[in-house]
Design a protein around this ligand. Structure first.
Ligand code: GNR
Ligand code: NI
Length: 167
């Protein structure tokens, strides 16, 4: 298994729209394993393929306390959403930044498992937030998009400076 490199905001590659997976083959299964390894190593609660520069609709999540409930969603689609919650979010593509973001309290999502089986997941709380955050990544969206222009510009400038220092 490999630990993959995570792209950092404002890398324009994070803005690409990911395409559906057509065939869940060995390449996809290896990618999913590497994404889990990368997420647990980071550590993070979720990871979307575009964050590791693969622009396909693949997500891994583990929102459990004991980090023993891995969930893989391929071609996920939200089929129901309900209620609103405002919770602090972070993102592995924006280290050390936490901001409040409004999200649906509950979502029902349908997806393919890494075995290629259709399934539905009914989620609330952190798992629900995480699913919405990861699906946003597949659509080139990042949680700073929900903040004011003022805050987003300030964050963008800070991240650009950090990147120059580490080049
Ligand atoms: O590790 C993560 N924590 C988190 C906390 C609150 C809401 C969303 C998340 S997802 C994030 C990992 C990540 O960047 N996934 O794209
Ligand atoms: Ni993220």
């Amino acid at each position: 298994m490999a630990i993959l490199q995570i792209l950092h905001f404002p890398d324009p590659r994070l803005r690409k729209i990911s395409t559906p997976v057509i065939d869940i083959d060995d390449r996809v299964r290896t990618l999913v394993d590497d994404m889990f390894a990368t997420m647990y190593y980071a550590p993070g609660v979720g990871l979307a393929a575009p964050q590791v520069n693969v622009h396909e609709r693949i997500i891994v999540i583990d929102a459990s306390e004991l980090k023993n409930k891995p969930i893989c969603l391929i071609n996920p689609e939200i089929i129901l959403q309900e209620g609103i919650d405002i919770q602090e979010e972070g993102c592995l593509s924006l280290p050390n930044l936490y901001e409040k973001v409004p999200r649906a309290h509950r979502v029902v999502v349908k997806a393919l498992s890494k075995e290629g089986k259709k399934f539905e997941l009914d989620a609330e709380d952190l798992l629900s937030v995480c699913i919405q955050h990861e699906i946003d990544h597949l659509d080139g969206k990042i949680f700073v998009d929900y903040l004011s222009r003022f805050k987003r510009d300030r964050i963008t400038k800070k991240m650009e400076k950090m990147r120059l220092r580490t080049l």
